[in-house]
Ligand binder design. Structure first.
Ligand code: DHE
Length: 526
């Protein structure tokens, strides 16, 4: 039995009465003309893979939280024609066009009740790979610090690359729809990968084997690794919670229900680690607060609520106390300065930003950041006597460069369209920034860190989306994704800006170099 089918067999739960079902019953009572019952269609055609409760089994969860975030073909189209490279079949010969539309509308209807997904349910979902035997040493001879992972979203795989030869050492399946950066343990041996359906997968790079997986949430945002490598925090939208897992065996350390100071429940937009503070810092979607969850042995006495005596303890003796900091605005995306004292937050409205000092728990500056900055992919570098931080914007063709001492905008670099990701490296004078949206999505800007000017705009595959860059350990090569179904990763010489190798891949998205990630290279987002 595969890991996924094992999960689906065990996680069958009673169907929930959807709002569609209720509306349909009401219409029938009123004598309205008979129409297809989408709930019945769902039960007949979809539930065996996606489960009666629509929360996913061998197929992904079919709930609006997942579907509206999913890029690519529209839901009705997937029902009609199936999804390439997955087990999703085509229903064009089985269902009428009207039935397909109704089914598509049904799966986009919110669940009436969000099922309980606490410690017990998470623990139940945990599946360790029975074939996994840890190798004593790497089963390959590459430089372990230069291993680079490439996430291939086209068919939900990760390729493990040798960062010197670019040979593919392994290509393993991931849970459906991976999002955010995978997180390495501090030694760079294990990597943790999260999917939007809340699955967390642990993979052993030395053995080239999956260790296991667990469903930490029903709809999740991202994960963060504690500085000591012992804990993995999972930010969830559904339910409104933060799950903390033991990295050793994926067991649940604690699940924190997220409610603001006044009891308002909130989705967790993102979680980041703040190693010098021995804490996780949470961006919240629905309450104007930042949360800090302490994972050290001796929690600070000031600011942290010590209600952990009753709610925090699981099988671990770490209390995970929480500190709730009220902020003047809703801040749902973050960037930290290098000391991890200051959090730069983007306001939910996308109109600006604020700097919060985590030591005093207060706002210390405003940031001029219109056009929805994507702070999660911000980077820093030395600029003159200061350090600047740069971020792309999702709604404007600009990159903002901000001085992290004065918090003033040093420059707005005009680009050929809104971008998603930026990367650099200590050993290169350049920043690479994509243009993800609009007619110039095939462009990649190369910006000089010293002058803040665009020095070259690359256009390697005209018409194809070109996005996300990662450097090799020494910064000599830059890996660029051609973000298409029959895509590729282009290996550039980072000095000459010429392509030196092309690696065919299925819709590659992010790439992650072990060394750059575990050393917190200033050119990479954390
Ligand atoms: Fe992401 C990282 C939020 C849509 C691909 N994205 C992140 C992070 C956050 C975030 C907070 C940093 C977390 C981390 O790595 O630990 N992303 C959001 C959104 O709020 C947004 C705009 C809407 C949403 O759907 O959630 C969004 N993201 C997307 C996409 O549509 C992308 C392009 C395709 C996809 O996979 O869904 C996408 N996001 C990524 C990638 C990273 C990421 C590849 C990791 C970048 C890195 O280099 O670390």
């Amino acid at each position: 039995m595969t890991l996924n089918t094992a999960f689906s067999a065990r996680s069958a739960r009673k169907p929930l009465l959807g709002t569609w079902g209720a509306a349909l019953s009401a219409l029938m009572l009123m004598g309205a003309p008979a129409m297809a019952d989408p709930a019945a269609l769902y039960d007949e055609h979809c539930s065996s893979c996606h489960m009666e409760n629509r929360l996913g089994g061998t197929g992904p969860a079919l709930i609006p939280e997942t579907l509206k975030r999913m890029r690519g073909p529209k839901v009705a189209n997937v029902i009609l024609h199936g999804r390439e490279a997955t087990q999703m079949p085509a229903f064009a010969d089985i269902l009428s066009a009207e039935q397909v539309e109704e089914l598509a509308a049904y799966v986009k209807t919110p669940l009436d009740v969000v099922p309980v997904w606490g410690e017990e349910q998470i623990a139940e979902s945990r599946e360790m790979n029975p074939d996994y035997v840890p190798a004593d040493a790497p089963v390959w001879s590459s430089d372990p610090m230069n291993i680079t992972l490439a996430v291939e979203t086209g068919d939900h795989h990760v390729s493990v690359l040798d960062g010197d030869t670019f040979e593919v050492l392994d290509r393993f399946p991931t849970p459906f729809a991976v999002h955010g950066g995978p997180k390495f343990d501090p030694q760079g041996r294990y990597v943790f990968i999260m999917s939007r359906d809340g699955w967390v997968q642990k993979y052993d790079i030395y053995s080239l084997k999956e260790v296991g997986r667990v469903r930490a949430g029903l709809n999740s945002r991202n994960i963060a690794m504690s500085g000591d490598g012992k804990w993995l925090a999972v930010a969830n939208y559904l339910p409104n919670s933060l799950t903390i897992l033991s990295t050793e065996d994926l067991s649940v350390a604690t699940v924190r229900e997220v409610k603001g100071k006044d009891g308002t429940p909130s989705r967790v937009s993102a979680v980041y680690q703040a190693p010098p503070r021995e804490s996780f810092v949470l961006a919240l979607k629905d309450v104007p607060e930042i949360w800090e969850v302490y994972y050290g042995k001796n929690p600070p006495q000031i600011g942290f609520a010590h209600d952990w005596r009753t709610e925090g303890l699981a099988h671990t003796d770490i209390p995970f106390p929480v500190r709730k900091i009220t902020t003047p605005d809703y801040l749902d995306d973050f960037f930290f300065d290098q000391s991890y004292e200051y959090v730069m937050g983007a306001s939910r409205s996308g109109e600006g930003g604020q700097v919060i000092d985590l030591v005093i728990g207060q706002k210390v500056a405003d940031l001029d950041l219109p056009g929805m900055p994507h702070l999660g992919s911000g980077i820093t570098w030395k600029y003159g006597d200061s350090t600047v931080m740069a971020t792309p914007h999702l709604k404007e063709g600009t990159i903002s460069v901000i001085d992290t001492q004065s918090w003033e905008t040093v420059k707005r670099i005009e680009t050929q369209g809104p971008g998603f990701f930026m990367r650099s490296h200590e050993n290169t004078p350049y920043v690479w920034a994509d243009v993800f949206f609009g007619p110039h999505k095939d462009k990649m800007h190369v910006i000089d860190k010293r002058t803040l000017e665009i020095v070259k705009t690359l256009d390697p595959v005209p018409g194809s989306t070109v996005a996300h860059v990662e450097f090799t350990k020494d910064g000599k090569h830059a890996l660029v994704s051609v973000w298409e179904d029959d895509g590729e990763v282009l290996v550039y010489d980072a000095a000459t800006l010429e392509i030196v190798k092309r690696l065919p891949m299925r819709k590659p998205s992010g790439k992650y170099n072990v060394w750059n990630k575990i050393t917190f290279s200033e050119g990479t987002s954390h």
